[in-house]
Design a protein around this ligand. Sequence first.
Ligand code: HAM
Length: 468
Amino acid sequence: MTLTTAPRGTYDIMPNQALAWQWLEKNIREVFLLYGYGEIRTPIFEHTELFQRGIGETTDIVEKEMYTFTDKGGRSITLRPEGTASVVRAYIEHKLYGQAPVAKLYYLGPMFRQERPQAGRFRQFHQFGVELIGDESPVADAEVILLAHDLYRRLGLTDLEIHLNSVGCPHCRQEYKRVLTSMLKAAAGELCPTCRVRLDRNPLRLLDCKNAACQGILSRVPPIQNYLCTDCRHHFDQVVALLETVNVKYELSPRLVRGLDYYFRTVFEILNKDLGAQNALCGGGRYDGLVEECGGPAVPGVGFASGIERVLTTLEQRGKLPEFSNSPNLYLIPLGEQLSAVAFSLATTLRRAGYIVELGNGRKSLKSQLKTAHKSGAALAVIIGEDEWQAREVTFKKMDDGSQKRIAVADLATEIVKLVHPSVGTSKMGKGSQERSSVDDLIDTLQKELAMVNHLVVPLTNCTNKEE
Ligand code: HAM
């Protein structure tokens, strides 16, 4: 352990990386809004029992991966390893079933699993996801799959594979489990140690074992599709038919079972080959018994969750991440401490108008401040020198070609608006100012506020105002 390194499987998101996160989160929120989902924010920790009951005692997550601790009140607490159980808990706690027939909730935030870290797999990772609770129809399943697919496409990802399966209901699964167990018990000696343990406890999970020997044995096992009851078969056929009506391609994956116990009928994953072993961008499915299992009424549900890190990695690999910049629009360079107050006031006015403004250090030389201005990537530098200020002028320098000119403070607003657009949208321009609706309004407001700068800062400086 070291004080200067983040814990294994975790990482820092630095300001230049955070821009891509913000962009992605904005897109996610917009698409969720299009589909009618409202955001829910649940705690980062819950009572351990919620995950044990919800996700299933014999799953990898609950058996091996949860960050669980006893709090000072002696309660067993777990950092959330996923979002569905928490959303279902909140749905029951707030009696959302009594408010509307369907609840459409989305979430976005950190999750925690103590897995072996590798590319695309972290111990603190971030998921966004939706839960559509209260609709048992296949349309809901198809809509959730389509939502995930639409979102990836909007982000610029095209080469996607939707893997689809049905794990049936407890009724048809029982018969399949019986067949599976008896076939696999005959070959138990050839199975990997994990599968041997799972054989009695959770035989369906054997289906997605990655071990080559187990895969060989499993290839002889009939698919669960052969055992679906009439209702489950009908439901699955409709989900597939709905995807076809909107021309969304899918692959049937008879061995897809997913690692959480709450699934019922539809399960799906959207994959991206470039991601390697951890290639699932998202996973989801229907979970009709979960609300009841967690202490609520018998209400159906369907949803998905996607890893933000995996989406960002895929976008980067495919060259689909836009260029982001938070470089300042303007860099203000006061020459001498006395003029720092002028620059400070000017910066405030410009920031209120939506410009990203960096303020130089008046104690530093022009050369040193210009160097910092260059490094910052600012489009324009405004140099405020003593002589110039006495004449109520500043030097205006375009950073890309180095050209500069002296201009009157009275013309500053027009010059700035001509050359740079405010980076940040503002609806109000500071106290007493009006809403900006056009460039003219912006110039007008800036001019008024700059006149105040001109007037206000005089007593703070040694400069004498020529007009006085
Ligand atoms: P999951 O398959 O466990 O499902 O996780 C969903 C997605 O989260 C994965 O496809 C992957 O993109 C991301 N993910 C999972 N674990 C990690 C990790 N250790 N590091 C990085 N990314 C990871 C669920 O969590 C279900 N709650 C999905 C769901 C919602 N089903 C119905 N509703």
